[in-house]
Design a protein around this ligand. Structure first.
Ligand SMILES: [Fe+2]
Ligand SMILES: [Fe+2]
Length: 284
């Protein structure tokens, strides 16, 4: 157990993540600033005026169409980065010691989430990014998506696999709630001000596809809390809460207050059908 805790601690160190991301974020901003003139040229070459101010960013700075375009790169690669850990967590779920019904639900929900995150990344934000500048969204080192993969490989230890699924879902829950509270409102707000057919399409895709899917991912976070975490008692609950905030610290976003976490978890446990959006057993 101690070894297991250490492994999780190394990957999800709450004290270290914010400091690390602040460092990386500074470098990322510099890199993006340096890339801005070329980005403006790409937009102009596609007939898009890069200059109009269409929103205000999280720090209160005016956001131009060119800044919005740079932000879409971030959305595309971040969504896409959700594909791999969810796919791995789904495979950990199968080899966990959760009950058979929970194992089935976790596998199907997480596997589906993996496909949906790829869809958000490649099909929606990645496609919009391409449309605007005719290049693909690329992850850069400063995005910080390279670490943590091996931790999620299923092992021969079923209890350890359970802990991996729960830890990962806690982190994802922090990110999913953040996306719904901050990321999508910002992109919708910018699109509402940007007079371009692509903006109208993005609004529709985000409202009709991305938001409902993310809302179901939040339900999976709540489902696994009820089924896997709450029965294990206070220590497990505090760990889930701590790792939910790790997910938010990872994006340098406001932490989730305990009262907010409690409000989410006080609601009754979602049904399996609610979190995958269709009845089990799954018919494809
Ligand atoms: Fe997503
Ligand atoms: Fe999601």
């Amino acid at each position: 157990m101690a070894e297991r805790d250490n492994a999780a601690q190394t990957v999800f160190d709450p004290a270290a993540i914010r400091a690390q991301r602040e460092r990386e974020d500074r470098l990322l901003r510099e890199k993006m600033r340096a890339a801005l003139p070329e980005a403006r040229e790409r937009l102009a070459a596609r007939g898009i005026d890069p200059e109009p101010v269409i929103a205000t960013d999280y720090d209160g700075n005016p956001m131009t169409v060119a800044n919005f375009y740079m932000m879409l790169r971030g959305y595309a690669v971040t969504e896409k980065a959700g594909q791999d850990p969810t796919y791995r967590a789904a495979r950990c779920a199968i080899r966990s010691d959760l009950g058979p019904e929970v194992r089935d639900a976790a596998f199907v929900a997480l596997n589906q989430q993996s496909a949906e995150e790829a869809g958000h990344g490649d099909k929606i934000f990645g496609a919009a990014y391409y449309e605007m500048g005719a290049i693909a969204a690329e992850t850069v080192a400063e995005d910080g998506f390279q670490q943590g993969g091996d931790f999620l490989e299923p092992s021969a230890d079923a209890a350890a696999n359970t802990q991996k699924v729960l830890d990962m879902m806690a982190v994802l829950g922090g990110v999913e709630t953040l996306a719904l509270e901050r990321a999508f409102p910002l992109v919708l707000h910018a699109c509402a001000e940007w007079r371009h057919p692509l903006a109208r399409q993005l609004i529709e895709q985000v409202n009709k596809i991305v938001k409902p899917e993310e809302a179901r991912h939040v339900l999976t976070w709540r489902y696994l809390f009820h089924k896997g975490v709450a029965p294990r008692g206070e220590g497990a609950i505090q760990r889930y809460y701590m790792l939910t905030n790790w997910g938010r610290d990872r994006f340098l976003a406001p932490r989730m207050e305990w009262s907010e976490f409690e409000r989410h978890m006080r609601a009754s446990c979602p049904t399996v059908e609610q979190l995958i959006g269709r009845p089990m057993p799954v018919s494809i």
